[in-house]
Design a protein around this ligand. Structure first.
Ligand code: SAH
Length: 364
């Protein structure tokens, strides 16, 4: 089966899928007791600064009295809880927000319900079910990296065919193979790359395409393009242009208990992700009629939003130990060798809306 189908089964199979069963851990997939840790789980500052960025946009967009806030893939609900606490400090903003969570995992929906107790929240299992009406804010952190993607691999004759996952009967294990036939879908690959000479783009090179990511980005951007007081923040790890791991182009990876493992090792029990192609997301948003900002590195974005000042404020009321962990958490979020560069932020807003804050940074 194509890699995309393998990912879809491994993540979304109704009984055995990673997000459907909740994986192998009592506490769920996310956090110290699970398989991976995300920015909102590292520090409350992450969700707070996102909340203030959106509050600032709302103020400059003319303070619409009702505005939908959709979060895609909210995980444990931590980002939303921190965002709403920060929002409550901006008069009128908290009351204007109507919160919608798009979450496919019943297990994580239950965790979110607990985390957000006392807030009026509506859940949807897919974006298309969320209301499409007035002013809108969208947030997604590490949502796009979880979506299944297709891989095309270059052949020795210069053509491209789909990378597959099959059964290796000799080894008694799953294995990667390549479709013997040239894939007609290779037409999706950027022509400059598709037709490049073999000495520049050799046989074995992999190009990834995520139709699900493109269609989610299109849906968001169309909604934003329809409504003058709307904006979105899409945060994820990935690349603009070519993937960092360009030696092959393969960015499929799996984490189990915070350690990299083979993506084929234990389907349904490991977190499977791929790097997000930000060039494709921003092109998709532009084509749908939204104005695009970035992508900028997460470190620069959080720096521009004032993470250093926020950390100082938190440290002022903290013990020495707590102050050290606030410093460590900030470093993890913004340092170049940690999450600061690999993670990126893409902004999208209605053409006539004010631009989002946080993007006023020089991008290398
Ligand atoms: N944003 C959270 C969680 C990231 S993990 C954080 O930063 O901590 C990915 C999240 O997206 C999980 O909540 C997962 O259940 C959800 N998810 C993955 N694929 C999805 C899909 N196709 N539709 C809706 N939610 C999805």
């Amino acid at each position: 089966m194509p890699v995309s189908e393998f990912m879809a089964h491994a993540l979304y199979h109704p009984r055995h899928g990673y997000y459907m069963s909740g994986g192998e851990h009592e506490a769920g997939p996310i956090g110290a007791q699970g398989d991976f840790v995300t920015a909102p789980e590292i520090s409350q500052m992450f969700g707070e600064l996102i909340g203030l960025c959106l509050a600032d946009f709302w103020l400059r967009a003319g303070r619409p009295s009702a505005i939908d806030l959709i979060e895609l893939g909210p995980g444990r609900g931590t980002l939303m809880a921190d965002l709403l606490r920060a929002a409550a400090g901006v008069p009128g903003f908290g009351d204007a927000l109507q919160v919608h969570l798009v979450e496919i995992s019943p297990a994580l929906q239950a965790v979110q319900r607990q985390c957000l107790e006392g807030h009026a929240v509506t859940w949807h299992s897919e974006l298309t079910a969320a209301p499409r009406r007035g002013p809108l804010l969208v947030v997604a952190n590490e949502f796009f990296d979880a979506l299944p993607m297709r891989q095309f691999m270059r052949r020795p004759d210069g053509g491209w065919s789909e990378r597959l996952v099959g059964w290796d009967a000799e080894r008694g294990a799953l294995a990667f193979t390549q479709d013997p036939a040239v894939s007609p879908s290779a037409a999706l690959i950027d022509p400059a790359l598709r037709g490049a000479p073999l000495d520049e783009v050799p046989a074995g090179t992999i190009v990834e395409q995520s139709p699900m990511a493109v269609s989610a980005a299109r849906d968001i951007a169309e909604r934003i393009a329809e409504q003058p007081m709307s904006a979105a923040l899409l945060i994820d790890y990935g690349y603009a242009g070519r993937p960092e791991s360009w030696s092959t182009g393969d960015t499929l990876q799996a984490l189990r208990r915070h350690r990299p493992v083979s993506p084929l090792a234990a389907p349904g029990w490991v977190d499977l992700t791929a790097h997000v192609d930000f060039s494709s997301l921003s092109q998709t948003c532009r084509a749908a009629g939204a104005a695009v900002q970035g992508p900028v590195p997460q470190g620069a974005f959080l720096g521009a939003l004032g993470i250093a000042a926020r950390a100082e404020r938190l440290k002022a009321n903290a013990t020495a130990d707590q102050a050290m962990s606030i410093e460590r958490a900030m470093a993890r979020l913004i340092d170049a060798e940690q999450m600061g560069t690999l993670f990126k932020v893409l902004g999208a807003h209605h053409r006539d809306a004010p631009a989002l804050g946080g993007f006023e940074v020089a991008v290398p």
